[in-house]
Design a protein around this ligand. Structure first.
Ligand code: 6PG
Length: 541
């Protein structure tokens, strides 16, 4: 038999994706360095479809129909490079390699380029949904050329999760590293979402003095509201779990140091480079780092709380406040994440349809949530209003314009600043401090949804929750309960809606000590005050 696709790596994800493919009628070549794993898949699941096992890489490749499609599911990083290098030797021009791991998008860009020189096509596919998703339908985010997608798209779509409307949770994201980039931000949002849920849990547990099993009920109830999502659902399961050994709630015997494999950190690192404030994701990533800062936490035990216990008069009202705080903060996190994907599309020249990204996150992936329908609608609606095709929402021409706008409107002022931003207007995509070397001046095309938070549905829904978020953050502060992601979300909300920010004072300080110059609200150009001399203002040269 010849196989339609070959899977390298029979670990948890690889074996389950191979089985998913086989169950959907594709003949699947399977290979693993240790042959025993390949054999185990055959022994245990050989009846689920057509598998073509191989013990040698040469035989594995020989078993595939041409042009060959090889899906690599191994550990991200050097091992992925090693496997690509090994299998490449047996491939021919026109053959396709898919990397389905959590690879860093810059690695994907490099690999695509290298393989293209050998005539091979490379697909960097983000795959979300864990072990269950891999088997029963993950969300798939492939980045590649049109040619490669034409060949692998139908196969990937066939095994992807299906949304309620029947659409497959797999779409061609854009070229090279775009798929892994979108998966990276997905994981960043996942970090924020998990941290927010954890903060809600910790607040309720402290304020209401409820046991985990009772809190599981609260989360179960929340899962019937607009918070409905996979992460809320599994939170209830985790809180309900009892440790067999001690009889205690499992959550109370798990060591409170959160691990991380890199995707959240990469999201924040790249957001810093792009100048996109993804404060929810950043606080979530740092909260994991704080939890694992063992010596600091040991030393910190010395610190006094100087806090006052939360006086709860109405437990239901507090629960509802926390639920609303969670919803508002969650919208902030997604808004920031989509903002980052937009900025990356502009910076790295990808055409990414944000409505399509929201749609393929509706099922299969870890951050699947009911409100992704509304996010998709917000982006799709904007595309219509601006007269763009949805697929061209972030098209190349517009992207280039927006890049100018982004850099020009919020530069650190060593570069020229356009009239619009000099006049103090909010120009949509502007973000200070990033990539100033690219600054080109005047503003151009706008992001049709510069702020998801301000899209009508979400603006109204979040406004509904803001008083609750304020109360929750204030009470948490008084009670000495750390809620970094809630607090950061509220600060972002207040920051982004502020008419004037104290950034003006920072510009003054920068000009004072470093002659960094500043723009004025009432006329174009850049200025410098001669602080050390007579204090007069001069135009900057
Ligand atoms: C997914 C998950 C998956 C993995 C994360 C966990 O979308 O299926 O995000 O990719 O579980 O990498 O990340 P951390 O180990 O960094 O929490």
């Amino acid at each position: 038999t010849t196989a339609d696709i070959g899977v390298i790596g029979m670990g948890v994800m690889g074996s389950r994706l191979a089985r998913n493919l086989a169950r959907h009628g594709h003949a699947v070549g399977i290979y693993n360095v240790t042959t025993a794993k390949t054999q185990a898949v055959l022994d245990e699941h050989g009846d689920e479809g057509t598998f073509v096992p191989a013990a040698e890489l040469a035989d594995f490749v020989a078993s595939l129909t041409r042009p060959r499609v090889v899906l690599i599911m191994v550990v991200a990083g050097p091992i992925t490079d090693e496997v690509i290098g090994n299998v490449k030797e047996f491939l021919e021009p026109g053959d396709i390699i898919i990397d389905g791991g959590n690879s860093l998008y810059t690695d994907t860009i490099r690999r695509e380029k290298e393989l293209r020189e050998d005539g091979l096509l490379f697909v960097g596919a983000g795959v979300s949904g864990g072990a269950e998703g891999a088997l029963h339908g993950p969300s798939i985010m492939p980045g590649c050329s049109d040619e490669a997608y034409g060949r692998v798209g139908p196969m990937l779509e066939s095994i992807a999760a299906k949304a309620d409307d029947g659409e497959a949770c797999c779409t061609h994201i854009s070229t090279d590293g775009s798929g892994h980039y979108v998966k990276m931000v997905h994981n960043g949002i996942e970090y924020a979402d998990m941290q927010l849920i954890a903060e809600a849990y910790s607040l309720l547990r402290g304020a209401l003095e409820l046991e985990p099993a009772a809190l599981a009920e609260v989360f179960r109830a929340w899962n019937t509201t607009e918070l409905e999502s996979y992460l809320i659902e599994i939170t209830a399961e985790v809180l309900d779990q009892v440790d067999a050994e001690t009889g205690k709630p499992l959550v109370d015997v798990i060591l409170d140091q959160a691990g991380q494999k890199g995707t959240g950190r990469w999201t924040v690192q790249d957001a810093l480079d792009l100048g996109v404030p993804v404060t929810g994701i950043a606080e979530a990533t740092f909260a994991r780092a704080l939890s694992s800062s063992v010596p600091q936490r040991e030393a910190g035990q010395e610190l006094a709380a100087l806090a006052e216990a939360w006086q709860v008069d109405d437990a239901d009202a507090v629960t509802e406040d926390v639920r609303k705080a969670l919803y508002a903060s969650k919208v902030v996190a997604y808004s920031q994440g989509f903002d980052q994907i937009y900025a990356a599309a502009v910076e790295y020249d990808w055409q990414i349809d944000l409505a399509a990204v929201a749609k393929i996150w509706r099922e299969g992936c870890i951050i699947r949530a009911a409100f992704l329908d509304e996010i998709a609608a917000a982006y799709a609606g904007a595309a219509k209003r601006t007269g763009n095709q949805a697929a061209d929402l972030h098209g190349a021409a517009e992207a280039n314009d927006a890049k100018v706008s982004r850099d020009g409107a919020g530069t650190t002022n060593e570069a020229s600043v356009d009239d619009e931003s000099a006049a103090g207007e909010h120009s949509g995509t502007s973000t200070p401090g990033a990539r100033t070397e690219d600054a080109e001046g005047s503003s151009g095309g706008e992001n049709p949804v510069p702020l998801l938070l301000a899209a009508r549905h979400f603006r109204e829904a979040v406004e509904e929750c803001i008083p609750a978020l304020r109360r929750v953050v204030a009470q948490a502060a008084l009670a000495g309960v750390p809620v970094p992601a809630f607090a950061a979300s509220l600060a972002y909300y207040d920051g982004v809606r502020a008419k004037r920010l104290p950034a003006a004072l920072i510009q003054g300080q920068r000009d004072f000590f470093g002659s960094h110059t500043y723009a004025r609200i009432d006329k174009p150009g850049m200025f410098h005050t001669q602080w050390a001399e007579d204090g007069t203002e001069v135009p900057a040269s």
